[in-house]
Design a protein. Structure first.
Length: 333
């Protein structure tokens, strides 16, 4: 069986967020394709908070290369997928290193200036959207790029889909307590719309502490570190899924929301261009509250169009076929 190392930060393997979900899904798909995906991460990390000056994750990655390389060599690995730009220098040690970005040097993101120098070394990547492929070519001249979506679980989307459980005034938001994700906007929306039931789901337990700095309206329900099963179960009960981030690389919950037939409100930024089903509405800070209310007032409580579009475009079946083609080509190198 071919071995492929998947290099992520310790905190990404630990928390129930997009990176860990992607890692588990890729490992499962790898088994089906005869590829052993070996998880590799440093035993130490510099800080759990990448925005603290002097503790930025990319700087921390550089001091962890010895640990990462020891694990790679011990497992006899010659092909590596790394998910954060701080490990770009792996290509100095392993010719077959490919970036699967969990972040991107966009001005809207924390660490934008710090990430750019690392991206200038990238020569091969796998990304989730055509938009990111275009950005890699336009900003960094990287043209060896495969587009493979992070598929949602068809099993969960089938098992938990029950329109009779939808609560018509329930709005769901999934994100982090980070400025880019705009949790402040969601809290303000809830404050102005006390008739709505707003669920805010955070991927890590660390946000339980950081959310204490906000005044949480009574109609907001906070949830932390839910399993995928719990997320799909909760998502089924919401009528509207709202994403108000400035920029996204993964946007996994958006594809999951489409798969669950949610009416979707999202930013008009082109990084969300692939979320283009019939009942997905783009907006900005000036009209988001109105859009969310319009979506909640829709005579339809769910969207078959959104669900069909997701199954055709983002399911784990699509992801599996993408990696089958990618591994067939890459593992020969």
């Amino acid at each position: 069986m071919n071995k492929v190392g998947l290099v992520m930060r310790k905190i990404q393997f630990t928390e129930r967020q997009g990176p860990r979900v992607f890692a588990d899904r890729l490992q499962a798909i790898g088994r089906e394709l005869g590829v052993d995906i070996v998880f590799i991460s440093p035993e130490r990390h510099v800080s759990g908070y990448d925005w603290v000056p002097g503790y930025e994750h990319e700087k921390g990655d550089l001091v962890n290369y010895d640990i990462v390389l020891d694990q790679i060599y011990a497992n006899g690995i010659e092909h590596v997928i790394y998910t954060v730009s701080g490990f770009t220098y792996l290509k100095m040690f392993l010719k077959n290193s490919v970036l699967f970005p969990h972040s991107f040097p966009d001005p809207a993101l924390t660490g934008y200036d710090m990430m750019k120098p690392f991206y200038q070394m990238v020569d091969k990547a796998v990304v989730q959207t055509e938009f990111l492929k275009g950005e890699l070519a336009r900003n960094f001249g990287v043209t060896d790029v495969d587009v493979i979506p992070i598929g949602f679980s068809e099993d969960l989307a089938e098992r938990h889909f029950d329109p009779s459980q939808i609560v018509n005034n329930r709005i769901l938001w999934i994100g982090r307590d980070e400025e880019n994700r705009r949790p402040d906007l969601v809290l303000e929306y809830a404050r102005q719309n006390p008739d709505k039931e707003v669920y805010m789901v955070f991927g890590g337990e660390r946000y339980r502490e950081s959310m204490k700095k906000y005044d949480i309206p009574l109609n907001v329900r906070l949830q932390f570190a839910l399993s995928q099963d719990d997320i799909f179960k909760l998502m089924n009960t919401a009528k509207v899924y709202w994403n108000c981030s400035k920029f996204d690389t993964f946007a996994m919950p958006l594809t999951e929301a489409l798969a669950m037939g949610k009416i979707v409100v999202k930013p008009e930024h082109p990084c969300y261009g692939h979320i283009s089903a019939r009942h997905s509405f783009s907006g900005n800070e000036k009209n988001w509250f109105e859009l969310v209310n319009m979506a909640a007032a829709s005579p339809s409580s769910y969207s078959w169009d959104n669900r069909s579009y997701a199954f055709e475009s983002f399911s784990s079946r699509i992801m599996k076929e993408g990696y089958r083609e990618f591994f067939d080509k890459w593992l020969r190198e």
